[in-house]
Ligand binder design. Structure first.
Ligand SMILES: [Zn+2]
Length: 142
């Protein structure tokens, strides 16, 4: 589902996430895709179209997240909320592995989000390895 998002609000969200995916932190400039404005709480669950409920997402994360708000934590097999990029800090829930080609979920939220959004697909890790060689990864985001 889509909703009108003013260009001023789009700029604000792009600035907030430094033109990177709020989930997998891929930098849009390193891809050939246009990133999308994602409703963190989906419109179908009465999520609002405002700064607090929008983030920038790569098409892959956006597609896998879809209208979900929870997923299974692969460690405990319990249902966990998905990461909320506006209310939670990425580094509280995720970390890069030693060579920064994979994202490690540090919490139930992090692990469930990594699994549901398939953030460590083999092709993604391969591409991250190339970006590391180019000195373009990982991105610096506050
Ligand atoms: Zn992503």
């Amino acid at each position: 589902m889509s909703a009108y998002i003013s260009s001023a609000l789009q700029r604000q969200i792009r600035d907030r996430f430094a033109n990177c995916c709020a989930y997998c932190r891929t930098a849009e400039a390193l891809t050939v895709t246009t990133f999308e404005f994602e409703h963190i709480v989906p419109l179908s669950a009465d999520g609002t179209t405002d700064f607090e409920n929008l983030c920038l997402a790569c098409p892959t994360c956006n597609r896998h997240k879809a209208n979900r708000q929870t997923a299974i934590d692969p460690e405990s097999q319990a249902v966990a909320p998905l990461f909320h990029p506006q209310q939670q800090s990425w580094s509280d829930h995720f970390a890069w592995n030693a060579d920064t080609t994979e994202i490690i979920g540090l919490t139930a939220i992090g692990r469930a989000t990594v699994a549901m959004l398939k953030m460590n697909r083999p092709q993604m890790s391969r591409v991250r390895r190339m970006w590391v060689k180019l000195g373009e990864h990982p991105p610096e985001i506050g």
